[in-house]
Design a protein around this ligand. Structure first.
Ligand SMILES: Nc1ncnc2c1ncn2[C@@H]1O[C@H](COP(=O)(O)OP(=O)(O)O)[C@@H](O)[C@H]1O
Ligand SMILES: [Mg+2]
Length: 261
């Protein structure tokens, strides 16, 4: 009997933020399945809930409602310690701003996730960090500090850190957002290589060129997953509304100017 290939199963996930008596429905009924070995991109306009989705997937936050199974384990209600343990074991994060620690060297940064794990010997930690840095082509910069590296190199180190614990999935939130196009492209090629080597990846991006690197594209609008045609239609409607509003305001200003004469 073959084992299930499903890694992530989200059903009817809702996320509501409460701030200053304002309710924001960041996610409104997300259904999402990701299989082991998939490479999925998530795109959509700013504020549509992409980062919120990624932080729920990565157990950095909890849904307001709905069910989430990671590797067959329901994780929506587990306590904070178990959550941290599962996150450390299952999830590798890559952020737009790299998030390397400035006073640690490259190799120390990459070792870091393993230092939070019980029973990983110092030597094992170092060996695995070296291995991980070799995979991203940064093994020649072990003792540099992040500030001594280019943005593209820093992101490669961040990818090595995400890989070091051998996670079930890599979650990347706009990994090219702080990079010029050449370095951005290189990070995309690196993720593609990792995917070919078997890594499961879910990447948030607003850049359609980069979304196409993934094998499956998911589109979001206003807290929901929609298909590409729906996204285009909704964006056009929104643009039209904005243009009408602008025309109206220009008209108001025209009248006001006419009045003042
Ligand atoms: N911690 C928070 N508190 C209140 N509102 C939030 C918080 N995080 C995100 N939001 C709101 O939720 C919505 C989705 O945000 P986000 O997931 O960051 O969008 P995206 O990554 O697609 O730009 C936005 O309206 C945002 O302002
Ligand atoms: Mg975001």
């Amino acid at each position: 009997m073959s084992e299930s290939n499903s890694l992530i199963q989200m059903t009817e996930i809702l996320k509501v933020f409460y701030a200053d008596e304002v309710e924001t429905h960041a996610l409104s009924g997300i259904h999402l399945n990701i299989d082991k070995g998939e490479y999925v991109s998530v795109s959509g306009p700013s504020g549509c809930g992409k980062s919120t989705l990624l932080s729920l997937l990565g157990l950095l936050d909890t849904p307001s409602r709905g069910s989430y199974q990671l590797s067959g384990v329901p994780v929506e209600d587990i306590d904070i310690h178990e959550r941290a343990r599962i996150r450390n074991k299952e999830i590798g994060f890559i952020f737009q701003a790299f998030n390397l620690i400035g006073d640690l060297t490259v190799v120390e940064n990459v070792e870091l996730p393993l230092t939070y794990r019980e029973g990983v010997a110092r030597k094992t930690r170092r060996d695995r960090a070296l291995e991980s840095l070799e995979r991203v082509g940064m093994a020649h910069r072990l003792n540099h500090y992040p500030s001594q590296l280019s943005g593209g190199q820093q992101q490669r180190v961040a990818v090595a850190r995400a890989l070091v614990g051998d996670p079930s999935i890599l979650l990347a939130d706009e990994p090219t957002g702080n990079l010029d196009s050449r370095n951005g492209e290189q990070v995309m090629v690196l993720l593609e290589e990792l995917h070919k080597g078997g890594a499961t990846i879910c990447m948030v991006t607003h850049d359609p060129r980069y979304a196409d690197f993934a094998k499956r594209q998911i589109y979001m609008f206003d807290g929901r997953i929609v298909d590409e045609e729906t996204l285009m239609r909704l964006r056009e409607e929104e643009d039209k509304r904005i243009r009408e509003l602008a025309a109206l305001q220009a008209g108001d200003r025209g009248e006001a100017a006419a009045d003042s004469h």
